[in-house]
Ligand binder design. Structure first.
Ligand SMILES: N[C@@H](CCC(=O)N[C@@H](CS)C(=O)NCC(=O)O)C(=O)O
Length: 206
């Protein structure tokens, strides 16, 4: 890639890790710029005006332009690589899992991880406490659905790793930090082990 790539990120975030893992697996170097989200560093007027009006990371800076949303940043990086299926149906199926990740998986598993490990149970607001049980149930439903899909197959789409696997791996492999019992999902464990032993794999660093 000819333009300079800078990832605006928080290293312990799975959404940011997805982008780093994508870049690592295709061998594309990216610069990294860390923000402390616990100190509101992505909510400053400068960040909102220049990097992402939505006040969140990751954001991939490409030359003088910015791509917020982790899965969009992964898609930009992987365009033209083996991480995106050439087949039109499989490409759409990959996107299906990436959208599913953002709607059914990340809001439950990542949010519980953040509340439990970063905010702390004692600090949660009443509204958050009330959401704990529904998010636990929805998170387990997501893991169960993944386990069913992966039983008898190696990858989410077709017969090779794609962005669907990378985007789902990011928060699944740390779901134990949100007190999910991954031992209940043996096909998910087998699938995670395949990813963790791939050439170019990098760990999350959290
Ligand atoms: N859908 C977005 C979610 C981004 C997101 O929630 N980022 C969190 C960290 S994982 C963040 O920036 N939090 C800081 C804040 O909201 O102030 C994506 O996939 O990039």
């Amino acid at each position: 890639m000819s333009e300079q790539l800078v990832l605006h990120e928080y290293a312990a975030s799975g959404n940011c890790y997805k982008v780093r893992l994508t870049a690592a697996l295709i061998g594309v170097p990216i610069e990294r710029r860390e923000y402390d989200i616990m100190k509101g560093e992505t909510r400053t007027p400068e960040f909102l005006a220049k990097v992402n009006a939505n006040g969140r990371i990751p954001v991939l800076e490409v030359g003088d332009r910015f791509i917020p949303e982790s899965n969009a940043a992964c898609h930009y990086l992987a365009d033209g690589s083996k991480l995106i299926p050439a087949d039109r149906f499989e490409h759409a199926d990959m996107l299906r899992w990436m959208f599913w990740e953002q709607y059914n998986h990340e809001p439950n598993i990542a949010t519980l991880r953040f509340w439990i490990r970063w905010i702390g149970l004692e600090q949660l607001h009443e509204a958050q406490r009330l959401q704990m049980a529904p998010k636990r149930q929805a998170g387990n439903a997501a893991l169960k659905l993944m386990d069913g899909h992966l039983s008898g197959r190696d990858w989410f789409v077709g017969d090779a790793i794609s962005l669907a696997d990378i985007c789902l791996f990011a928060y699944t492999h740390v779901a134990d930090e949100a007190d999910f019992d991954l031992e209940l999902y043996p096909s998910v464990i087998r699938w995670m082990e395949q990813i963790m032993t791939m050439d170019g794999y990098i760990a999350m660093e959290a």
